[in-house]
Design a protein around this ligand. Structure first.
Ligand code: TYD
Length: 212
């Protein structure tokens, strides 16, 4: 099932999704949009952030369940994705189930994350930020050096290279006719921030929900 007015940004760590979401946030009225992200700010998401920093160690299968749990509440919980859409808002999420398919797939095969996530609604638009893992990871490290921010357990070249391959397979899988209600837009994430923003804005600004 595709949820209209639901937009998802996906890509490797460092591919620029958060920067683009911030630019959109500056242009879009709060009355009409809900900008969100996964992992969420709920307790489940905070647990996952600790796991990502390596402060909590769990089995890779448990991570797949945890990300799906966090997502289930993100979708169905009070003031979550469904509530916001039903209130007439455009919802934009930085990451969604495609991250689980790309990242959790590596340690526990496609079946577990796929089965845990297959009942969740698909977005109307999936923007995939396409960037070579060497380049996106370079950005992650440059940012960490600048801010002193700790890097996360998945931010390693071998892992990101595999994640990139998984994303490519996911795009192919969801390009099948049975999923044609979800529009997939591949963004060349090596382009300038402004160019990427203009491309995204040319699509989002025309959405009927933003009219009036
Ligand atoms: P990210 O979105 O880059 O946020 P931040 O910049 O705040 O660290 O990081 C989230 C990490 O979580 C990223 O490495 C991908 C990972 N992740 C999964 O492995 N599975 C998932 O289902 C989701 C939503 C994220």
């Amino acid at each position: 099932m595709v949820l209209q007015s639901f937009i998802v940004f996906e890509g490797l760590d460092g591919s620029g999704t958060s920067t683009q979401i911030k630019l959109l946030q500056e242009k879009l009225s709060e009355n009409k949009t809900w900008i969100t992200a996964e992992p969420t700010n709920n307790e489940t998401g905070l647990f996952l952030r600790k796991m990502l920093k390596g402060e909590i160690k769990i089995h890779p299968k448990t991570s797949a369940y945890m990300f799906a749990t966090d997502r289930c509440e993100h979708i169905n919980g009070k003031n979550g994705i469904l509530d916001q859409i039903n209130a007439g808002k455009l919802v934009i999420s930085d990451r969604y189930l495609f991250s689980s398919l790309a990242y959790q797939n590596q340690d526990c095969t496609w079946d577990l994350p796929y089965n845990l996530n297959k009942e969740f609604p698909l977005p109307e638009y999936l923007f995939f930020f396409d960037m070579a893992p060497e380049k996106s990871l370079e950005r992650v490290f440059a940012r960490a050096n600048k801010t002193g921010e700790q890097t996360e357990i998945y931010e390693k070249l071998d892992f990101q290279k595999k994640t990139y391959q998984e994303y490519k397979k996911i795009i192919e899988f969801y390009s099948k006719p049975e999923f044609s209600d979800m529009k997939i837009i591949v963004i060349d994430a090596s382009k300038s921030i402004q160019e990427i923003h203009e491309k995204i804005w040319s699509i989002i600004s025309k959405l009927p929900i933003l009219e009036v």
